[in-house]
Design a binder for this molecule. Structure first.
Ligand SMILES: NC(=O)c1ccc[n+]([C@@H]2O[C@H](COP(=O)([O-])OP(=O)(O)OC[C@H]3O[C@@H](n4cnc5c(N)ncnc54)[C@H](O)[C@@H]3O)[C@@H](O)[C@H]2O)c1
Ligand SMILES: N[C@@H](CCO)C(=O)O
Ligand code: NA
Length: 444
């Protein structure tokens, strides 16, 4: 952009930006807006003016944002009435939802990073934005800086997505990666993640999969043109994953990852449905998602015509998340300048979410069994009774105890219901001393 073009854009009437929240993400958004003022003006065709920043309490030193003290206010309700673009980075359901609805009523477009709110009440917010003729953009809500929602909504709009398989929570990926690389147990790895600032003091939302489930709902809605909200998502966290599960995975040349999985599946009546779930799973070390280390995020998408796509990058942090927020701010600002709106959320396909029991998955089981004739047959019979087909069996006899053996079994895909019933029945067999690991297997 030439110096002249930048100068001309600066002369235009500014677009008014209101920032709600000045925490980790908000402070980065504010500073980058100030630092990039001339470039934003040139890219949009009009400058962006921060007209206010709503905070919970005044009086804190916020000079790092580059904004003067008088722009900070505790009156968010008033602030949203005098903006063209509202950036919501408070988080949580209320007052974020009411403030966004109020912003729409006053004609402002909204950019948010709030996955919890979108997963709970997204459809109502999308409809309200349309009704008021404004945009609602939310790229930062899933996988932070990684451009993912816009590719799903726009770049893949001409294709049919089959699967979205993602590592969308950095904290749990960090914990599982440490368990894999050091042999640490879950509690020790969480403490390390807390010491490094990845995990919060109360890590429940991350380790129990709530954060990932919210993101899965948003991804499934976009990928399958259907309405999916947080309660539709089956969720299991990683707090039950043991060092022995991670070792068992390593012996299979696999790693354990917390995955958000959204896939098209056939229903029992032959129609199409979608499975949307978050749970720990073994994936082969050769799978692209297995090499995602530390707190990084990555999402693997399979579409009918495109084939396999992989999106990788930082899923959290002030500046990376602000990058996604600002990309959205520029997009909605351009619509203000040039006219028009971004594409509406579409739920035309209206695919039902399958209950977890009907979802087809694969299982890995490791059993301690008595080493005597007929044991394998009894175990195999239990699988057969539930219609679950075995893909792989491996038996190892301990050198120091020839009366018992370890039996490792990997199944073909079967309904989660049938697999669960099989595992329960096997655990009750007399010849089975104990079930040491059970885990779903994905990515093959
Ligand atoms: N931190 C990340 O890496 C990250 C990544 C992706 C998405 N997000 C999302 O971004 C949003 C913000 O996250 P964050 O990490 O910046 O959180 P944060 O806790 O650091 O910041 C939120 C700020 O909002 C303020 N606030 C709360 N209620 C308010 C109110 N009524 N009026 C004005 N201010 C109020 C808080 O005091 C706090 O400073 C959340 O929705 C989060 O899920 C964060
Ligand atoms: N707590 C989230 C932050 C981004 O949503 C994570 O660990 O990935
Ligand atoms: Na993103």
């Amino acid at each position: 952009m030439s110096v002249n073009a930048k100068h001309e854009a600066r002369e235009e009437t500014p677009l008014r930006v209101a920032l709600l929240g000045c925490g980790v993400v908000g402070a980065s958004v504010a500073r980058l807006l100030v630092e990039g003022r001339d470039d934003f003006a040139a890219r949009i065709g009009r400058p962006l003016d921060v007209v206010g920043v709503a905070v919970r309490r005044l009086g804190r030193d916020r000079r790092d944002t580059g904004l003067p003290d008088e722009l900070f206010t505790t009156d968010a309700e008033e602030l949203v009435t005098r903006a063209d673009i509202v950036v919501e980075v408070i988080g949580g359901i209320e007052p974020a939802r009411s403030l966004i609805l109020r912003a729409f009523e006053h004609g402002a477009s909204v950019v948010t990073a709030n996955k919890a709110l979108l997963a709970e009440d997204g459809p109502r917010l999308y409809e309200a934005a349309r009704a008021h003729g404004v945009d609602l953009y939310y790229e930062a809500s899933v996988a932070g800086a990684i451009p993912l929602l816009r590719p799903l909504r726009e770049s893949l709009a001409g294709d049919d997505v089959r699967t979205v398989l993602g590592i969308v929570n950095g904290t749990t990926n960090y914990v599982l990666d440490k368990m894999d690389s050091t042999g640490q147990g879950f509690a020790e790895a969480v403490e390390q993640a807390q010491a490094l600032g990845y995990a919060e003091a109360d890590p429940t939302a991350d380790v129990e999969g709530f954060d990932a489930a919210a993101k899965a709902a948003i991804l499934a809605s976009l990928a399958f043109h259907s309405r999916v909200t947080a309660p539709d998502v089956y969720r299991e966290g990683i707090s039950e994953v043991t060092a022995s599960d991670v070792r068992a995975a390593a012996e299979m040349d696999c790693v354990v990852k917390l995955l958000a999985i959204c896939e098209r599946q056939q229903r029992e009546d032959g129609g199409q449905g979608i499975s949307v779930r978050v749970h720990p799973a073994m994936i082969p070390r050769s799978h692209p998602l297995a090499s995602v280390r530390e707190a990084f995020n990555a999402v693997f998408v399979e579409a009918e015509a495109a084939g396999e796509l992989m999106f990788y990058g930082p899923g959290a942090g002030g500046d990376p998340t602000a990058s996604a927020v600002l990309g959205d701010v520029v997009a909605v600002a351009r619509h203000r300048v040039g006219g028009g709106l971004g594409p509406a959320e579409s739920a035309y396909a209206d695919l039902p979410v399958l209950p977890m029991g009907q979802t087809r998955t694969r299982y890995y089981l490791s059993l301690d069994v008595a080493d005597r004739p007929g044991v394998l047959a009894q175990v195999a019979e239990a699988f057969s009774r539930h219609g679950v087909s075995i893909q792989q069996v491996r038996q190892t006899v301990a050198a120091d105890d020839r009366s018992s053996a370890e039996l490792v079994i990997v199944t073909h895909r079967a309904t989660d219901e049938a697999l669960g019933a099989t595992v329960r029945e096997i655990g009750d067999l007399d010849v089975v001393v104990g079930v040491s690991s059970v885990m779903r297997v994905e990515g093959e």
